[in-house]
Design a protein around this ligand. Structure first.
Ligand code: PRX
Length: 654
């Protein structure tokens, strides 16, 4: 990886250039000038309740709210007393209008099969599936696991749950059995929706087999519904149902029930500083209004757009910006099943030309990979349908931003670099494409109603350009409501660092123009290729191996993936460090969590450096892993010899 020499990938300059919104874009935008943005933003902060009450009006409510907000930090309730249904707002609401027969989802499988659903058809499919789930005994409040690839049925599964008020927990298809088991058990899932296998890089990724392994130890699951994606019908066990058979027998009529605005919508597990992933809980009304409003303004959606967010539905970006936000707006959503480089590195560009995609929303890691694969691939295709580009998930280096603008956007498309998190539900900071000049590498300014601050350790506000901790000091509609089953952890994780303010876990600075620059996590969370991983999760897999006494996992900078994982491992007495053992440890991480969590390197250590109180000195290990020689203040090291032993071994893997 370090041999890669393309200077456009490596971050060498943060010198800010400014790109004003293209004139043609500003002319037709909903918010078409900086003054217009400033006025709306000021109102959203000064009169939040009036602002959000107005925004809520463009949705269908069975009963209107009585109060906009009840805020008793850390608990927020939005649109109190209102009842609605998110699936109704994504589907039924469009059936009476001009979008009824517009395409809701265009799907292309990796082998090239294309399927389209209009809003009317998608509505019918979701109603049938909701009836099927009801037949299986699913009622409002029950939890349903969804472990699928990127197929339209994954979106249908989410919508059917939302329609019934069943709380879905989507588990990314890259997770392996143990991770699935832990999540299903934590959620207490009653039913799991899955598929036999998904296409990826020409091969079949087995999904049902992982579910079967996981379910050996999940007593709460009563039924499994299996979608057949491959040619051969999957073998079904006693508790399994064939998706299509089950759904075909159902009525396409289903009345969406009125659900309380605060009815739990979904649990999505994300990594934190301990080994146990956190079940981030989102609720119905606030999430709906927040994700739909951001989708409309950030992507400046129009009815003739073909909108493509490349995220997997297993992550928050897939929830908010593949499914709920765009469908609430009646958008035409592209879904692609497979790898960006199958059968060739130009697959994305071929898809854009073929489906006339106008909005592309992807991750910086993907952009850096495209740069590495070569300009000839996008240049071979007609990308003139594109009119807006977005990025999400990790900081984008200015060089990758410039390449995206020039080679993909033909210098005519604005770029929105959107900062947000699983916990925030929707986009929090971004340039608005018609009104806010963009600076490459900056997520620019807060979205309406979002109040970010950069604080010093002592809680004072930092000066312009002074790095500090990023907090949000006012509640917003799509914020998480709690951690499933652990409200104390919710309070301790997010609202105790600065009493009553939401702590993001990110470090950032704000420049003299008020633009935000997010630097990355300040906790033990590592962002590998846009995937958020807790180092403690990987450590607990390593220490569970019989040969391992102790392990510490840290992130190190990686030109392509942003960050990569490095594990420092101390073996039990009498165990010999071999290449086989190293490979076995890495394989164990693949088998237990998933391939995407594999450490790039495992470094043997006689012991791990610890403070006098016994805490592993991770920051020091991170600097060692990054190959830095200047190790800073190590006077608190319990045993300086440990450090020397590490230094000697560092580089063995290179
Ligand atoms: O560190 C920030 C980084 O991703 C983290 C959130 O990860 P996750 O919950 O998986 O959600 C990712 C998709 C929203 C943040 O704490 N991050 C996300 N977007 C950006 C970013 N860092 C810099 N710039 C961004 N645009």
């Amino acid at each position: 990886m370090s041999a890669m020499s393309d200077s456009r990938i490596t971050s060498v300059s943060t010198e800010a250039r400014v790109f004003p919104p293209p004139a043609a874009f500003a002319a037709s935008a909903r918010i078409g000038s900086r003054e217009a943005y400033d006025a709306v933003y000021a109102r959203s902060i000064q009169e939040p309740e009036a602002f959000w009450a107005e925004q809520a009006q463009s949705f269908h409510w069975f009963t209107p709210h009585e109060r906009v907000l009840e805020w008793q930090a850390p608990h927020a309730k939005w649109f109190v007393g209102g009842t609605t249904n998110l699936a109704y707002n994504c589907l039924d609401r469009h059936l009476a209008g001009p979008r009824a027969d517009a395409t809701a989802i265009v799907f292309e499988g990796e082998p090239g099969d294309v399927v389209r659903y209009t809003y009317r058809e998608l509505h019918a499919e979701v109603c049938r599936l909701a009836n099927a789930l009801t037949q299986l005994g699913v009622v409002a409040g029950d939890r349903v696991g969804i472990y699928m690839g990127m197929v339209p049925e994954a979106a249908m599964a989410m919508l059917a749950c939302a329609r019934l008020g069943a709380v879905h927990t989507v588990i990314f298809g890259g997770f392996a059995a143990e991770a699935i088991r832990d999540r299903l058990n934590d959620a207490g899932a009653k039913v799991v929706l899955t598929q036999d296998a998904a296409w990826r890089r020409g091969g079949q990724v087995p999904l049902k087999a992982q579910v079967d392994r996981a379910l050996a130890d999940v007593p709460s699951v009563e039924h499994v519904v299996v979608l057949q994606r491959m040619a051969e019908a999957p073998a079904l066990g006693e508790r399994d149902y064939d998706w299509r058979t089950l759904v075909a027998a159902q009525s396409a009529e289903h009345e969406a029930p009125a659900l309380d605005a605060e009815h739990p919508l979904f649990i999505l597990y994300t990594s934190g500083t301990t080994g146990k992933p956190k079940g981030v809980l989102h609720s119905t009304g606030g999430y709906m209004v927040g994700t739909a409003l951001t989708t409309r303004h950030v992507f400046e959606l129009r009815d003739d757009d073909v909108y493509w967010c490349t995220a997997d539905v297993g992550w928050i970006t897939g929830h908010s910006y593949v499914v709920y936000g765009p469908l609430c707006n009646g958008a035409t959503v592209m879904m692609y099943e497979g790898a960006p480089n199958h059968p060739a590195p130009d697959r994305f560009w071929e898809l854009i030309a073929k489906h006339k995609i106008s909005i592309l929303y992807t991750a910086p890691t993907a952009i850096r990979a495209f740069i590495k694969w070569g300009d000839e691939h996008p240049q071979r295709h007609d990308l003139s349908s594109l009119r807006l580009l977005g990025t999400v998930g990790e900081p984008i280096n200015p060089e990758a931003w410039m390449w995206y603008r020039e080679v993909i956007g033909g210098e005519r498309c604005p770029i929105v670099d959107t900062w947000w998190q699983t916990e925030t539900g929707g986009i929090m900071m971004t340039p608005l494409p018609g009104s806010i000049p963009a600076k490459p590498g900056s997520c620019c300014l807060p979205f309406f109603g979002v109040s970010p601050k950069i604080l010093r350790d002592n809680g004072e506000e930092a000066e312009p350009n002074e790095g500090g901790l990023l907090v949000i000091d006012k509640p917003w509609p799509s914020m998480l409501r709690t951690i499933w089953g652990d409200d104390e952890r919710f309070r301790a994780t997010y609202f105790s660092r600065f009493e009553g303010k939401y702590f993001t876990g990110d470090g950032a600075r704000r420049d003299a123009d008020g633009y935000f620059w997010v630097m990355g996590r300040v906790d033990d969370v590592v962002n590998v290729a846009g995937h958020r991983l807790g180092t403690a999760e990987v450590e607990s897999v390593l220490v569970a191996h019989e040969a391992v006494a102790e392990a510490a996992v840290v992130g190190r900078p990686d030109e392509l993936k942003g960050q990569a994982l490095v594990g420092f491992v101390t073996l039990k007495g009498g165990v010999t460090a071999t290449e086989e053992l190293r490979a076995a440890l890495i394989d164990k991480v693949s088998a237990d969590i998933g391939k995407f969590a594999r450490p790039d390197a495992v470094i043997w250590a006689d012991a791990l450096p610890k403070t006098r109180s016994g805490k592993i000195m991770r920051r020091l290990l991170a600097r060692l892993a990054a190959g830095e020689t200047e190790l800073g203040d190590v006077t608190t090291l319990e045993d300086a010899a440990v450090l020397a032993s590490l230094r000697d071994r560092e580089g063995e893997d290179e």
